[in-house]
Design a protein around this ligand. Structure first.
Ligand code: IMP
Length: 185
């Protein structure tokens, strides 16, 4: 039922599996003895990190943050608000921030600065997808699964108006989905 709204599949289920294996290998090499705090950014990170965590062969702790910047629409508001903070202290810890997608970079930059201010020993960013064309701040994620064009995508955690997160792949929506939305509002 969801699939009928998809215009084009940009990253297939098979490609996602391959990407996650490669990210897991890179992180396992870099974090062997660091016992990092692995922080997932809700809600988009859920499918991504549930697969990625199983590829990480080192001691780590997991925590979550929920921040909002898009408010469900198509464009980042640039205004990053903490909806749920960490329950773990970060002082002296190596932190891995896991994002579904980095677009303008404002969300990650704001959280990264805040965690460093709180005394984190290091903060690195792993993202499934990177949209460098959308960047408005100077920020390069440390581990990137796939670079994609500057299009709005849904699936595998990514939403449009909170829907489509449960698609097993990443794709673009048909223009008719946005038109229906405009007609309804
Ligand atoms: P940034 O602050 O602009 O980098 O935005 C990062 C957040 O915006 C991500 O965690 C997503 O929640 C959301 N986002 C950015 N691009 C897209 C997209 O193409 N589809 C769905 N959500 C997106």
């Amino acid at each position: 039922m969801l699939h009928k709204d998809i215009e084009e599949v940009l990253v297939s289920q098979e490609e996602i599996k391959t990407i996650i294996k490669a990210l897991g290998t890179a992180l396992t090499e870099d974090y062997a003895n660091k016992k990092p705090l692995f922080v997932g950014l809700l809600k988009g990170c859920v499918p991504f990190i549930s697969d990625l965590l199983k590829e990480l062969d080192f001691m780590l702790e997991v925590d979550f943050m929920d921040v909002s910047s898009y408010h469900g629409g198509l464009q980042s508001s640039g205004d990053v608000k903490i909806v749920k903070d960490l329950s773990t202290a970060v002082k002296g810890r190596h932190v891995i921030l896991a994002e579904d997608i980095v677009d303008s970079g404002q969300t990650i930059q704001a959280i990264r600065s805040m965690l460093l201010y709180r005394g984190a020993a290091s903060v690195r960013v792993v993202t499934l997808l990177d949209k460098p064309k959308g960047r408005v701040v100077q920020l390069q994620p440390d581990y990137v699964g796939r670079t994609i064009p500057d299009a709005f995508v849904v699936g595998y955690g990514l939403d449009y108006q909170e829907f489509y997160r449960n698609l097993p792949y990443v794709g673009t929506l048909k223009p008719s989905v946005y038109q229906t939305e405009n007609e309804e509002s």
